[in-house]
Design a protein around this ligand. Structure first.
Ligand SMILES: Nc1nc2c(c(=O)[nH]1)N[C@H]1C(S)=C(S)[C@@H](COP(=O)(O)OP(=O)(O)OC[C@H]3O[C@@H](n4cnc5c(N)ncnc54)[C@H](O)[C@@H]3O)O[C@H]1N2
Ligand code: MOO
Length: 346
């Protein structure tokens, strides 16, 4: 990078390489033109008004690129499906969600890019639900001019990924709910779990096919699961009976239905007694009573992922441990909090 002093009239299209401040009546008014500004013909009069007949401009050497071009290329490289980029401002390009969905960050590519000299890419947490228009990431370069090689290395890292920053849209699923508990089945107490889950699924735009009531009987729970599958359920939620009492037979019922247990017990609080199973491709979730008593639980970490079309693995559940402790704030701000935002998988 070289600098050159030239007449302002000849500077259109050139890159200013020093700040020009505005002093009006001996009073400092801030920066009128910042270092890095690309001079436009409309700027000339203002430069002259500021008393500048000559300015220092950059002369890029072969293989160098200006910060704004670098920021633009980084943004375009990082943005996967469902993500748009802002224009650069002092090289910073912001990435925004084009629609509501699940944010996916390729953590390997993210680290690779940030390990390069002179570039940064900073994101929200992986696997969080995001809304249309929300800012998901910001990228920029550190110096005013960077070697083109650095940006092409970042582009290569991004190209090897399936999208460094992307948004998976939420799908509408058919859901079967099985409420267990002989006390509820016999009508001795009013069901409070069914309505909680019904409202949650409504919020996600999914359709609850039916709420089936079952006594604490593993065989009956298994039958209800099979019935839900016959009805066309794409997700099955089974509530209660998940802990240590002799009548807590929901895990046995799920197993008896023929579902494969992926994990019983999850490192999330609330949600420790959660069970994840699959009947073929159909997820079956055993939801402990905390799913009814607490506003936000492990269910709110995993449901968005199912609705985005992901298959939950044992590893996904194990990875919830870091950040899996809810702070139980008085005014809940989920998802804008630390719950589920640890090293939440790749
Ligand atoms: N000794 C231990 N007790 C508990 C443990 C434990 O490890 N050792 N774990 C606790 C944790 S963590 C959770 S979470 C809950 C899980 O409870 P369950 O899923 O087994 O729930 P139930 O025992 O079936 O019910 C608890 C409570 O809630 C009422 N209930 C259940 N379903 C409904 C419904 N649909 N509508 C209204 N009320 C419902 C039920 O009658 C019980 O009173 O276990 C902890 N305990
Ligand atoms: O499954 Mo329980 O949350 O630890 O309340």
């Amino acid at each position: 990078m070289k600098t050159e002093i030239i007449k302002i009239q000849d500077a259109v299209g050139r890159i200013l390489c020093h700040d020009i401040t505005k002093i009006v009546k001996d009073e400092f008014k801030g920066t009128a033109f910042k270092k890095g500004h690309v001079i436009k013909s409309g700027d000339i009069d203002e430069f002259l008004r500021l008393g500048k007949e000559h300015v220092f401009v950059l002369e890029l050497e072969p293989g160098e690129i200006h910060e704004d071009e670098a920021g633009t290329r980084l943004g375009n490289a990082a943005a996967g499906c469902g993500v748009s980029c802002s224009p650069p401002k002092e090289s910073r390009v912001n990435l925004y969600a084009k629609y509501d969905g699940l944010l996916k960050i390729d953590l390997t590519a993210l680290e690779e890019i940030n390990d390069l000299p002179d570039v940064i890419l900073s994101t929200l947490s992986n696997n969080t639900q995001v809304s249309k228009g929300e800012m998901l990431a910001g990228t920029k370069v550190i110096p005013l001019v960077v070697p083109e090689q650095v940006i092409s290395s970042a582009e290569k890292a991004a190209a090897a990924s399936m999208g460094v920053v992307k948004v998976l849209p939420f799908l509408k699923k058919k859901v079967g709910i099985i409420v267990t508990g002989s006390e509820v089945f016999k009508g001795r107490i009013t069901d409070a779990f069914g309505p909680v889950l019904n409202n949650k699924m409504e919020y996600w735009g999914s359709e609850v096919l039916d709420i089936i009531y079952s006594p604490d009987d593993a065989g009956k729970i298994a039958e209800s699961i099979k019935h839900c599958i016959k009805m066309g359920a794409e997700i099955i939620l089974v509530t209660g009976g998940m802990s240590v009492d002799p009548d807590d037979v929901t895990p046995s019922g799920i197993r008896e239905s023929g579902a494969e247990i992926i994990k019983y017990g999850a490192p999330a609080l609330p949600g420790a007694m959660f069970l994840m199973a699959y009947h073929g491709d159909i997820p079956v979730m055993g939801i402990p009573a905390c799913g009814m008593y607490f506003k936000i639980t492990i269910l709110d970490l995993l449901l968005p992922r199912l609705l985005a079309g992901e298959k939950i693995t044992r590893r996904d559940i194990v990875k919830l441990a870091h950040g899996g402790l809810c702070r139980s704030c008085e005014g809940c701000r989920f998802p804008n909090c630390s719950f589920g935002k640890g090293a939440s998988g790749s």
